[in-house]
Design a protein around this ligand. Structure first.
Ligand code: NAD
Length: 472
């Protein structure tokens, strides 16, 4: 080990752990270990792999409190914590191929769905357990071995997950973890044994990884940043809508890729703004492990600085800060990276606080006269991760879901993250690649198809001379 990376508690900025940065030799050893394990793992009975993941999902649930402790510096609701692992246990039917008998005389065609080889994941900080669990279980249950690079800012959950997978019976070499930053990312993008990369994180990193990985012939899916709009119609259930909006904007201090960070108040719904501010004001800012905390700290001092400067950019460009969390003080945690709930009104689409992902507890509010105006605003924004409409009118909801160009749409559901029998279908500027995360698309991402065409002729149908045409 030549270098250690410090892990900080974001509520105090104290160092709570250190992680060894993998050297080039260690990273090569990890990739080689995955390569060596691939043959026996992919040839293992699919039922045996299924059993390992059945045990694994149970172990995760039995130890959920350990993850809560690891993550307690955030205020989390890790909604889909083990669901993707549970879904991976249905692998026996998910991996089925297709068959078509008698495509011509005595000839049948069938397909096998097969693993790719070594696959890799590069994870962000904001869901330290959930996002790694969207990666390696899906990849591995298909028969791939897996190299995972957790976020260098929250690597401890991943280590816990890896240990539990070992306890569930995964053979040595099937999952390897490397720690680090850019060098580790470049290693993954360049290593010839790695066939596919699943990335989650910012656009800056995701676009780079997509380009470098694809150039090297790998499959890459990059799930990236967002600017998710909540469109509030005047006929919406006001009580529900305001509560949902506040919860989805400020939960986890806005550090969710599906946070509803932008509200568009349509027509008369504009008058709801003061009440929205009142509700946001009532949220309690505190360290994630303190009882009653609603809004935890940001991940780092740099993040706090960035969020505060984006709030200031709104002021400088003529927006109005209706609730300002920049000077929030949290007793006992004076050194933490806290920003309180912030609401910026009078925002227009060209402002920086609207064009950039803030990734903090900041809700920017725009106004629109009509539903059509709101739809064109959302469609003109480059991101396409998620959106929600709040209305009691079915026709309005239907028009919105059909016309909005965003990959995940909620109707009176503020954070429409699909369960894993579906896939996580962020689109446009929030995604690069052609096969999404988990669900059917996840299985496609981690597998390739082999198509076998076979002919078994009866003795008396033996060819009498060479067939020079394409056999059909
Ligand atoms: P990040 O991009 O800083 O880090 C993600 C990973 O990429 C880390 O493992 C990091 O080591 C690596 N990395 C960072 N900068 C890099 C660079 N310049 N080149 C190569 N690799 C780099 O993201 P983060 O701050 O950890 O996470 C927050 C971001 O993730 C937000 O933009 C959020 O919207 C996004 N996110 C997206 C989804 C989704 O499903 N679309 C889910 C969660 C988070």
């Amino acid at each position: 080990i030549s270098e250690w990376l410090d892990i900080h508690n974001p509520a105090t900025n104290e160092v709570i752990a250190r992680v060894p940065k993998a050297t080039q030799e260690e990273m090569s050893a990890a990739a080689d270990s995955c390569s060596r394990a691939f043959h026996s793992w992919s040839e293992m009975s699919i039922l045996a792999r299924q059993q390992i993941f059945l045990r694994y999902q149970q172990l995760i649930k039995d130890n959920i409190v350990r993850f809560t402790i690891e993550q307690n510096n955030f205020v989390f609701a890790d909604l889909f914590f083990a669901e993707v692992v549970e879904h991976s246990c249905s692998i026996t039917s998910l991996m089925l191929g297709e068959t078509l008998p008698s495509i011509t005389k005595d000839m049948d065609t069938y397909t096998y769905r097969l693993p790719l080889g070594v696959c890799a994941g590069i994870a962000p900080f904001n869901f330290p357990a959930m996002i790694p669990l969207w990666m390696f279980p899906m990849g591995m249950v298909c028969g791939n071995t897996y190299l995972l690079k957790p976020s260098e800012r929250v690597p401890t959950c991943t280590m816990l997950l890896a240990k539990m997978l070992q306890d569930a019976g995964a053979p040595d070499g099937t999952l390897n973890i490397i720690h680090g930053q850019h060098d580790a990312v470049n290693f993954i993008c360049d290593h010839p044994a790695i066939k596919a990369i699943s990335f989650v994180g910012s656009n800056q990193a995701g676009e780079y990884i997509y380009e470098r990985g694809s150039k090297n012939g790998k499959r890459v899916q990059s799930n990236m940043g967002a600017k998710n709009h909540g469109v509030v119609m005047p006929d919406a259930n006001k009580e529900n809508t305001l509560n949902q909006l506040v919860g989805a904007a400020f939960g986890a201090a806005g550090q969710r890729c599906m946070a509803l960070s932008t509200a568009i108040l349509v027509g008369e719904a504009r008058s709801w703004l003061p009440e929205l501010v009142e509700r946001a004001k009532a949220l309690r800012v505190n360290a994630g492990d303190q009882p009653g905390a609603d809004v935890g700290p940001l991940i780092s001092p740099q993040s706090k600085e960035r969020v505060c400067s984006l709030i200031q950019s709104g002021v400088d460009e003529g927006a109005k800060v209706l609730l300002d969390g920049r000077n929030v003080k949290v007793k006992g945690y004076e050194n933490g990276n806290f920003v309180g709930p912030t609401i910026i009104g009078n925002v227009t689409p060209e402002m920086k606080c609207y064009t950039e992902e803030i990734f903090g507890p900041v809700l920017v509010v725009l106004e629109a006269d009509t539903l059509d105006d709101a739809i064109s605003m959302v469609n003109n924004n480059p991101y396409g991760n998620g959106t929600a409409i709040f209305t009691t009118n079915g026709a309005t909801a239907r028009k919105y879901t059909h016309e909005v160009d965003v990959g995940q749409v909620g109707v009176n559901v503020p954070i429409p993250v699909p369960l894993p029998m579906f896939s996580f279908t962020g689109s446009r500027g929030s995604f690069r690649g052609d096969m999404n995360f988990y669900g059917k698309q996840g299985i496609q991402f981690y597998t390739q198809i082999k198509t076998v065409t076979s002919q078994w002729k009866a003795e008396d149908a033996t060819l009498k001379s060479p067939a020079v045409t394409m056999p059909t």
